[in-house]
Design a protein around this ligand. Structure first.
Ligand code: AMP
Ligand code: GLY
Length: 425
């Protein structure tokens, strides 16, 4: 029986733990640091995701059989390389392979070299170059991306040249994302449906998971600033088998093959952020080196097979099968956030009504929560993800929304979107 360590404390970490806890091969799950929900399925340990030295010490001492890394910062910082050197199986890409998310300049160059369909991208490393680019073009034609990790907030979609100029000053001069903004990438602006693609890989073979559509903006109708994601569902009705196959063959498999050809084999979960353009062609706007959050919660509700052997197989070099069983129907999540997120917000409010959730098709994945004196208290921007499985998208969404309200699950200054799925319903 296996002991698993999940590095993370977000909704995604809770969902991964929930799924792995159902494995007959797993007897114990630790979360570092976990949240108010993970303590009900495993043991939270007080180690942060960036404290690699303490994490490896813990894994050795507790004879962890598999470590699963949920968020990107420890991957980019090299947690997988450290664990591998110590002979400890760990799910996720090496630091070099994680560059596919860690640097937009790297990823634009990678897609170009390996013929992966993507929007034209121009990296610049000085403010003068950036301003010269802005002067030559209409702001409607491009988006601006900070090179490095910016917690999902590093993409600016400008409406006016002045907004674009402000953005490059903020990123490159004022360094609002720190060193992530030393370079920026201007990328041709696409329109169409956005979809997230997920592939498990052992470095060679890939297994595609269901496709999911995220809702990044904070308000209904895709208004307001980008967040980590306010809600998601899978799989979108526009994802035909033919389109899914094209994405596998034209984007996801070439990315894995390209990483191997570049001597940085990619093992773990590869996340492709895609547009299906108005012409019907899939293009990759970015790659991420981990599951999406909240897309992971949707995926975990749809996977109908023991996940442990798949994650262990990626970590140790060979996926056990060519595909993974998934449920028919749909799954959806709506994130309950603290008012003010993704900007400033208050925490410390009690979450009420959790005990009223009785529907067996509903799972509440915690994110920014902690337990204090037996009460669940808000401690972050995204607080909970109400997730449901249903016969179709409408059915799944009705089960989710039925749980939210002042007489159901709620907390003070709660904010959530009321239109998840609107682009296809
Ligand atoms: P990312 O962090 O790359 O996922 O980008 C965040 C959001 O910015 C995406 O979900 C899109 O809505 C938007 N975006 C990023 N790249 C492009 C692009 N090339 N064209 C249009 N919108 C984009
Ligand atoms: N939900 C978007 C992300 O995880 O990057």
């Amino acid at each position: 029986m296996a002991s698993v360590l999940i590095v993370g404390g977000e909704g995604r970490a809770h969902a991964l733990g929930w799924k792995l806890a159902q494995s007959p091969k797993v007897s114990q799950i630790y979360f570092a640091p976990g949240n108010g929900g993970t303590s009900t399925i495993g043991q939270n340990i007080d180690i942060g995701v960036d404290d690699l030295a303490s994490l490896i010490k813990f894994a050795k001492k507790n004879k962890i059989d598999l470590t699963v890394v949920s968020p990107e910062p420890p991957l980019v910082a090299g947690i997988v390389d450290l664990f591998k050197t110590a002979g400890l199986p760990i799910f996720g890409p090496s630091a070099k392979a994680a560059m596919i998310e860690g640097s937009k300049v790297f990823s634009a160059d990678f897609m170009l070299r390996h013929n992966i369909p993507h929007p034209a991208s121009t990296p610049v490393s000085t403010l003068a170059e950036a301003n010269a680019y802005i002067k030559k073009r209409s702001p409607k034609d491009y988006v601006i991306k900070a090179d490095g990790l910016a917690a999902g907030k590093g993409v600016i979609v400008p409406k006016t040249p002045a907004e674009a100029e402000d953005a490059v000053i903020n990123i490159m001069k004022k360094q609002i994302f720190g060193v992530a903004g030393r370079q920026v990438v201007f990328q041709e602006r696409l329109s169409g449906q956005e979809v997230s693609a997920f592939a498990l890989s052992d470095g060679r073979k890939i297994i595609m998971l269901p496709f999911v559509q995220d809702h990044k903006q904070v308000f209904d109708g895709d208004k307001g600033p980008n967040t980590g994601g306010m809600g998601a569902y899978g799989q979108p009705p526009f994802m035909t088998n033919q389109l899914a196959e094209r994405i596998k063959i034209e984007i996801m498999q070439p990315a894995i093959d390209g990483m191997r050809a570049d001597a940085t084999p990619y093992r773990g979960l590869l996340y492709g952020g895609l547009f299906i353009t108005d012409d019907g062609d899939p293009k990759a706007i970015e790659f991420n080196c981990r599951f999406g959050d909240p897309e992971c919660q949707v995926l975990m509700m749809l996977i109908d097979e023991d996940l442990y052997p798949f994650l262990y197989g990626c970590a140790t070099g060979e996926l056990p099968k060519d595909s993974i069983k998934t449920k028919p129907g749909a799954s959806a999540i709506v994130c309950l956030a603290s008012k003010g997120y993704p900007g400033r917000y208050e925490t410390g409010y009690e979450v009420e009504g959790l005990e009223k959730v009785k529907d067996p098709d509903v799972m509440i994945f915690h994110a920014g929560t902690k337990v204090e004196g037996g009460r669940v208290i808000t401690s972050g921007g995204r607080v909970l993800g109400i997730t449901a499985y249903g016969s179709d998208l409408k059915n799944a969404l009705s089960k989710v929304y039925a749980q939210i309200g002042s007489d159901k699950v709620h907390f003070k200054d709660m904010h959530h979107r009321t239109d998840i799925g609107f682009r296809v319903l």
